[in-house]
Design a protein around this ligand. Structure first.
Ligand code: PLP
Length: 409
């Protein structure tokens, strides 16, 4: 008899967005003619830019002749993309990395979920709260998170609350932890860390021999000079941090699938006898065994983002979404809501009025304004009393949603 990995059974049955879809569908069943606008799910709406489309066409043609056909590619990614990453995302910011420190992947979800395989099940982990759910759920699956309490907290996870009181910037843990998940610019709060604020975390990790798993999926949305685009802008980070990148929100690759992870050669974890093991070769071993590499087409598409035309076109789309974010912030603040984030991120974190629960406010918005938002409590206990709105809609639909919310209030 095969025994199931019962850690999976500890996971809540429903995924947040499935719960939302169920409630929206129930509303639609009662009001089939009502037009609903979603500012909820974090998917993009604008098409791929022309430079990416041209690269995809070219790569497809290459696949059509025996001379240029590509089969299995390198699990770590093609050199043309790794070199473009090194040059544009790092060297341009004064960060020197080697090609074999870059691992191209099919997006940040996979690697932020998988990287924890490299450390023992009994490491302690700390997460900011609220949080992108993949970090905790992947730790639940391997048995590292413990059990979920009635308060929504996992027994073996150290929560670092991000609230209006601390400006959504978590305090350093009061106890030693082995691994800290940080995501900046943050999903869901839309807040960013300045260089000085991030430095505190790198210094904590160095002092406490901890690792930082740093999710930079929204780096392209940073507008302010004092906000770092990479944790490696901070001295010493190469020894303690793994960094995850994604082209999903940078260039609309949610359907194309491509991203990359940086695993510096200096970063290591210990054996029980104290021997230090470099994580870079371990991750390489893991990827070569379990990952087939990202498709050639996706990687050629990603390379095109770094051409002069590609950069301009991608930036135009990011500016488009950030215009939404600015309008949303202004309009919602004008009607008296407390709105956070949205300056260096495509997310707004809105406090529910009068201390209403996240789900209650979600229902009010759905039934009265016909606008879908994401209840903050779905991202963790400290998300209660907030909802997340995304700036990924079209200008027209976003403006219409704002009008409806204003009319309702
Ligand atoms: N990390 C964060 C914080 C995200 O919000 C998301 C997607 O919403 C991801 C990673 C996943 O990105 P990808 O599409 O590259 O898997």
């Amino acid at each position: 008899m095969a025994l199931v990995n019962d850690h999976f059974l500890k996971l809540p049955n429903n995924y947040l967005f499935a719960d939302i879809a169920k409630k929206v569908n129930a509303f639609k069943a009662q009001h089939p003619k009502t037009d609903i606008i979603s500012l909820g799910i974090g998917d993009v709406t604008q098409p791929l830019c022309p430079a990416v489309i041209e690269a995809l066409h070219r790569a497809t043609d290459e696949m059509g002749t025996a001379a240029s056909f590509r089969g299995y590619g390198p699990e770590q990614g093609y050199d043309f993309l790794r070199d473009a990453i090194l040059k544009n995302d790092f060297l341009a910011r004064g960060i020197h990395l080697d090609r074999d420190e870059i691992f191209v992947n099919d997006g940040a979800k996979s690697d932020t979920g998988n990287f924890q395989e490299l450390i023992r099940w009994d490491n302690s982990i700390a997460v900011t709260d609220p949080i992108y759910p993949v970090y905790i759920d992947s730790n639940v699956m391997i048995g590292r998170a413990g059990v979920k309490g009635d308060d929504g907290r996992w027994s073996n996870v150290i929560y670092l609350p991000c609230t209006a009181e601390n400006g959504f910037v978590p305090e350093l843990p009061s106890q030693r932890v082995d691994v800290i998940y940080l995501c900046y610019p943050n999903n869901p709060t839309g807040t960013a860390l300045t260089r000085d604020q991030l430095k505190l975390w790198v210094n904590y990790a160095i002092k406490n021999d901890a690792l930082i798993f740093y999710d930079a999926a929204y780096e392209a949305y940073i507008r302010h000079d004092d906000v770092p685009h990479s944790i490696y802008e901070i001295k010493g980070a190469r020894k303690v941090a793994v960094e995850f990148h994604s082209y999903s929100k940078t260039a609309g690759f949610t359907g194309v699938r491509c991203g990359y992870t940086v695993v510096p050669k200096e970063i290591s974890a210990a054996t029980l006898t104290g021997e230090r093991i470099a994580l870079n070769p371990l991750w390489n071993r893991r990827q070569c065994t379990k990952f087939n590499g990202t498709s050639y087409l996706s990687q050629r598409a990603a390379e095109a983002i770094y051409t002069p035309e590609g950069r301009q076109q991608v930036q135009r789309t990011i500016d488009y979404y950030m215009q939404n974010a600015a309008h949303m912030k202004e309009a919602l603040t004008a009607i008296g809501l407390h709105v956070y984030g949205g300056n260096d991120a495509p997310y707004l974190w809105v406090q529910t009025p009068g201390g209403m629960t996240s789900w209650r406010f979600f229902e009010q918005m759905l039934y009265n304004a016909h606008v879908v938002c994401t209840p903050g409590v779905g991202f963790g206990p400290s998300g209660e009393g907030y909802v997340r709105l995304t700036a990924f809609g079209s200008h027209e639909r976003t403006e219409e949603a704002l009008d409806r919310i204003a009319r309702f209030y």
